[in-house]
Design a protein around this ligand. Structure first.
Ligand code: ASP
Length: 409
């Protein structure tokens, strides 16, 4: 019964996705991109926005409670450390590889990237943040404000700290631990109600994207988009196939099949955090122990962003070329380091990776205002990078699950 329900949601999301592309293309052909974009933004996108609002509302309690519950369910503090280190090591290594793949692909494409004479409207008000600030800001100076501003990294720190506090408090901490477990269960149910709406949300958002973007914007930008997607695909095929095969002893085909609903959902929602419950269901389907998935997935959805890292590397090379800067090898290394950190600091929400790109550009002397050049099509990058981010989280969960001595499906 449960199996059937799971399958149905994945299939329904796929139907929503395909129907959205078809209807969006019809709008685009019938009205032209501008009119179709304006019309669908006014009358169809709002239904997608309702869905996205609901997801955003549930995300903070979901991350806070599921990580805390994940920590509590491990039962002893030593185990948190053991799983925690494996998870973080996997995240860091795969993200650094993602950056290198992004740089290699972008360099191959670089010759074909244009040097633009830039129009005023290329400027985009980017918030630039430097490296040390980003690190310092991971640690909250207030217990409430991270929750109201959805500062995900700070929320993770709070959850891990309180989860560990509950474990260390022993019997005295137990009532609070039980409360958190129960609250988490209730939150998951509320999330289930919201998820039931996902095929409709996906449809509405897809109609709008396709109607508004159309192929016309793709000219030069098509090339950088292609470079990013080639990077995404190489990473999936090379890194995830290998890691699930070698570290989790699992057939990559089975893995990709089972993770598909989460990837499809991430592709359309462009939010790893919002995709979290579906990613969790996919991991349940692969027999990942709940103890592992409820720790690895929420953490991954907020800090593990391989797709974002690839995008940031490709975009940095592209934008540098657009304004006539040829980056040196040292600058490329700086890109790897900053893009790894920037992707960690990127919230798992729509468009966040583009904001953090400012940090990478800053580090290599490209004014972040030039993000405006690719701003218009960020959503197209975001779809692929979010799907990759989510698949990366699931791949980590199956590997850690295997390392913990459990069998994957
Ligand atoms: N949308 C991405 C995610 O949720 C983050 C990004 O913008 O790169 O994973």
């Amino acid at each position: 019964m449960q199996e059937k329900k799971k399958l149905n949601l994945g299939v329904k999301i796929l139907i929503g996705l395909v129907a959205g592309i078809i209807v969006g293309a019809i709008f685009w052909m019938a009205m032209g991109a501008d009119a179709a974009g304006a019309f669908t933004a006014k009358y169809i996108k709002p239904f997608g926005d309702i869905f996205v609002n609901l997801l955003k509302f549930i995300v903070v309690p979901l991350v806070l409670l599921s990580i805390m519950d994940g920590v509590i369910s491990m039962g002893d503090i030593g185990k948190v450390g053991k799983i925690g280190w494996k998870t973080v090591a996997y995240f860091l290594v795969t993200t650094a590889i993602a950056c290198i793949i992004g740089l290699i692909v972008a360099n191959i494409f670089k010759g074909a990237f244009p040097v633009l004479s830039l129009a005023e409207d290329a400027a985009y008000e980017a918030k630039s943040s430097n490296l040390m600030d980003t690190i310092v800001n991971i640690f909250p100076n207030n217990a409430i404000s991270p929750l109201s501003t959805s500062s995900m990294l700070q929320i993770i720190v709070i959850s891990i700290a309180f989860g560990c506090g509950i474990l260390v408090a022993g019997d005295k901490g137990k009532p609070f631990g039980d409360f958190i477990t129960s609250f988490n269960e209730v939150t998951q149910r509320v999330m289930g109600f919201i998820l039931a709406l996902s095929p409709y949300g996906v449809f509405a958002l897809m109609v709008w994207v396709v109607a508004a973007q159309g192929p016309k914007i793709l000219g030069h930008l098509g090339l950088v988009l292609l470079a990013a997607y080639i990077g995404y695909i190489i990473h999936v095929v090379l890194v995830y196939s290998l890691s699930v095969k070698v570290f989790a002893q699992m057939s990559p085909i089975t893995f990709f099949k089972k993770v598909f609903p989460a990837a499809a959902f991430a592709f359309t929602s462009t939010s790893s955090v919002a995709s979290l419950p579906i990613t969790k269901e996919c991991c349940d389907d692969m027999n990942v122990d709940s103890e592992v998935s409820s720790f690895v997935l929420p953490l991954g959805a907020t800090v593990n962003m391989d797709g974002t890292a690839i995008y940031q590397c490709v975009a940095a090379i592209f934008l540098a070329k657009c304004i006539g800067i040829d980056l040196t090898l040292t600058q490329m290394i700086i890109i790897v380091v900053t893009a790894t950190l920037a992707s960690i600091g990127t919230a798992g929400t729509s468009g966040a990776g583009m904001i953090m790109l400012a940090m990478v550009l800053d580090a290599v002397g490209v004014p972040p205002t030039y993000i405006g050049i690719i701003y218009g099509i960020d959503r197209l990058f975001d779809m692929g990078r979010t799907a990759l981010n989510v698949v990366g989280d699931a791949s980590c969960a199956v590997c850690v699950n295997h390392w913990e001595g459990n069998n994957n499906a």
